[in-house]
Design a protein around this ligand. Structure first.
Ligand SMILES: [Zn+2]
Ligand SMILES: [Zn+2]
Length: 344
C-alpha cells in the first residue's frame, strides 16, 4: 500500500492517491449503461435533422456538423443590464454571453468515437471558427467548449453534441491555469505545459498515443481514474491557430482515445470533455498551451466516482486508482472500435 500526494501544477493543488482503495468492498449505486444501441434517427429528438426544437425553430437537414444558439441559454445577450443592487458586501452583474450547441453529425447514434477521422477534423475546424468568432468580441472574456457525454454525467439527449459557453468572465479552472502558466513563463522562460509534456514523455508509463504533432496521456496528477489529456505538441494558446496538419493529427489522437474508452468496457464511455483555451480578454497568454481534458466519472463499469467529503467538503481530490496502471490498461486496448469488429 502507498499513501501518496501528487501536486497538480496547473491547478496548484494536491491530489491524494490511494490506489489500494480500488478493491475495497463497495455497495454503492450503479449506473445503467444501455446507451450503446440507439437508432440513427429519432423523431422526437430536438437535435436530429429536420426536427423542431422547443423554440419552434426547425433544424435544417444538415449533413455534417450543425451549430445553433442554445434554446435554454445559461448566459445570454439579452441578460438584464439593470439588475437591482444587492445589500452591503454582495455584488452582482448580468450573466452576459452566448450559449451555443454543436451537433457532431446528423446521426443520432454517432459519437466522437465512431466518427471518421476526417469528420472529427471537420468538427475541430468548427471549434476553430467558433472560438475565433466569439474571441473577437469585446464583451466575451472566455470561450468554453465542452461535451457532456452519457447519462452518468446527466445528459438527457444522447445525440452527440457539445456546447459552447462564451462568457463575460473566465471560468475558475482556466483562470488558474492561465495565471500559473503565465507565472511559470515569467519565472523560467518556459511553457508549463511543455514541461508537463517533457515529464510525461521522459517517464512514458502514462503515455497513451502520439503522432507527429499530437499526444495523449493520463497525467501524473490525474484526479479521475481514466482522466486523459490530449494536446498538440506545439504550444498554441487556443485551437484557432493550429495548422491543417496539426488538426489532422489531433483528430487522429482524439479518435484513438475515444475508441479505446469505448473498448474498455465495450460500452459508450461517459465523460466530460473540455477544451482548455486561453481567455479572450485581451491579456497576454503566450504561456498557455491549448489542451483537451477528458474527465470520465466512472472508475469501474457502471460504477461512479462519487465526489464526497474530500472533494466537495474539502476541495481536493482523492484518487482511488493509480494513473500508471490505468494508462497501461487503456494502452493495451484495440484501436478499432468494438462495434466495427463485432459480428453482425
Ligand atoms: Zn437525434
Ligand atoms: Zn487544463
Amino acid at each position: 500500500m502507498t499513501w501518496e500526494e501528487r501536486w497538480h501544477p496547473l491547478r496548484e493543488e494536491w491530489i491524494i492517491v490511494a490506489a489500494h482503495r480500488q478493491d475495497r468492498p463497495w455497495s454503492g449505486n450503479t449506473i445503467a449503461a444501455d446507451e450503446t444501441n440507439l437508432p440513427d434517427y429519432v423523431a422526437d429528438c430536438y437535435l436530429c435533422p429536420g426536427n423542431p426544437r422547443v423554440s419552434g425553430k426547425v433544424n435544417p437537414n444538415y449533413d455534417q456538423t450543425f451549430v445553433f444558439d442554445n434554446d435554454h441559454p445559461c448566459v445570454s445577450e439579452a441578460a438584464d443590464a439593470e439588475l437591482s443592487a444587492p445589500p452591503a458586501i454582495y455584488k452582482n452583474r448580468p450573466a452576459h454571453g452566448v450559449a451555443r450547441v454543436v451537433c457532431y453529425s446528423p446521426k443520432h447514434n454517432l459519437t466522437l468515437a465512431e466518427l471518421e477521422v476526417d469528420h472529427i477534423e471537420n468538427l475541430l475546424q468548427v471549434w476553430q471558427s467558433q472560438y475565433a468568432e466569439l474571441a473577437a468580441r469585446a464583451d466575451i472574456a472566455h470561450v468554453l467548449i465542452f461535451e457532456n457525454k452519457g447519462v452518468a454525467v446527466g445528459v438527457s439527449n444522447p445525440h452527440p453534441h457539445c456546447q459552447i459557453y462564451a462568457t463575460n468572465f473566465v471560468f475558475k479552472t482556466i483562470e488558474t491555469e492561465a495565471r500559473v502558466s503565465q507565472r511559470h513563463l515569467l519565472e523560467t522562460g518556459r511553457v508549463l505545459f511543455q514541461d508537463i509534456l517533457a515529464a510525461e514523455r521522459a517517464d512514458g508509463r502514462r503515455s497513451l498515443i502520439e503522432n507527429d504533432s499530437a499526444i495523449a496521456f493520463i497525467p501524473y496528477f490525474a484526479r479521475y481514474a481514466y482522466e486523459v489529456f490530449v494536446s498538440p505538441k506545439q504550444t498554441h494558446p487556443n485551437i484557432a491557430t493550429l495548422s491543417a496538419a496539426e488538426l489532422h493529427d489531433l483528430a487522429a489522437v482524439l479518435k484513438t482515445v475515444t475508441v479505446q474508452f469505448d473498448n474498455l468496457w465495450r460500452t459508450s464511455f461517459p465523460y466530460v470533455m473540455a477544451l482548455h483555451q486561453a481567455p479572450t480578454d485581451g491579456a497576454d497568454y503566450s504561456g498557455f498551451h491549448f489542451h483537451i481534458e477528458f474527465h470520465p466519472p466512472l472508475r469501474r463499469p457502471n460504477l461512479l466516482k462519487y465526489l464526497a467529503g474530500p472533494e466537495i467538503g474539502g476541495g481536493n481530490f482523492l484518487s482511488d486508482t493509480s494513473p500508471e496502471e490505468k494508462a497501461e490498461e487503456l494502452r493495451a486496448l484495440p484501436i478499432v472500435h468494438y462495434k466495427q469488429t463485432s459480428e453482425r
